[in-house]
Design a protein around this ligand. Structure first.
Ligand code: GUN
Length: 279
């Protein structure tokens, strides 16, 4: 049976430390989250972000636009937030409606307030092997979780399943920068199991049930980033926990693994932007 990579426990530890730091600030950081539409999952994520920020003493505001908001209106709001010296961090919750260009919106955020690390400036820094102002939240959270359990990735073969700009793509670069050997698999990959079987670490970020125990090498580390409801309404991840936990040495559960680490990283990034005070 594998050791559980407990994201909830690490969240408590890191946020307790972070609260002490925020308590010591005279002025507090401010995180602004833009949410477009009424997607139930996005609403839950955004409310969790606000609740967590408030517990830490970080000011937070959700700006909720209707689904049919124009790109121009969003761009104007981002410009206003960029110019507001009281705003530390801006997050636009993804996905956005199809009539809005995600690229145009992300490009409009000042890199100095880009708490996701998604702007071309921060992505460019990351992909050229330099330090971005902050690192993308989910990959950062995964690396913090591996570090907490003393899982060294230098020289290890890490197989990432999924190549999104939110997780797989920046994570691959962050692991390369730490001297892992990285393979990125995606929907066009042939014979996925042949590749995952060679992995010391498997990280899946697809959003559907794709990884079974028989696809894994004995003793490997499994990180499950996926989270969705199955047909019966049960919350689950990309990995079949029952079969995988018999093969892996470490495994992250869903819920309670990567999810809490993403929020933790968002709070860490908000405070980092505040301390860098680049506004
Ligand atoms: N939607 C799902 N994950 C994320 C994230 O990390 N940042 C943003 N902005 N939107 C998301």
């Amino acid at each position: 049976m594998s050791v559980i990579l407990d994201g909830k426990k690490l969240r408590e530890k890191l946020l307790t430390e972070l609260k002490l730091k925020v308590d010591s600030f005279n002025k507090k950081p401010t995180l602004v989250v833009i949410l477009v539409g009424e997607d139930p999952a996005s609403k839950i994520y955004v409310n969790n972000k606000k609740k967590t920020a408030e517990k830490l003493g970080i000011n937070s505001q959700i700006i909720n636009y209707p689904y049919d908001v124009t790109e121009k209106e969003l761009l104007e709001k981002i410009e206003e937030l960029n110019n507001n010296s009281n705003v530390t961090a801006i997050l636009v919750q993804l996905p956005l409606p199809k009539h809005i260009s995600k690229e145009n919106i992300i490009n409009a955020i000042s890199p100095k307030k880009d708490v996701d690390g998604f702007t071309p400036y921060n992505f460019g820094k990351l992909f050229s092997g330099e330090e971005p102002i902050v690192y993308p939240c989910t990959p950062k959270g995964i690396l913090l979780l591996l570090k907490e359990y003393n899982i060294d990735i230098e020289g290890k073969h890490v197989v990432i399943v999924g190549r999104s700009n939110i997780v797989g793509h920046p994570l691959a670069q962050m692991l390369l920068n730490k001297n892992a050997t990285v393979t990125v698999c995606h929907s066009y990959t042939k014979n996925l199991a042949d590749i995952t079987k060679t992995a010391d670490v498997v990280i899946s970020a697809v959003g559907k049930n794709i990884i079974e125990g028989e696809m894994l090498k004995s003793g490997c580390v499994v990180v499950d980033v996926g989270i969705f409801k199955d047909a019966s309404g049960k919350t689950r991840g990309d990995v079949d926990f029952e079969s995988a936990s018999k093969i892996a040495s470490y495994i992250s559960p869903v819920p309670g693994g990567v999810g809490p680490m993403t929020i933790t990283s968002l709070m860490l990034n908000t405070v980092e932007l505040f301390e860098k005070n680049l506004v």
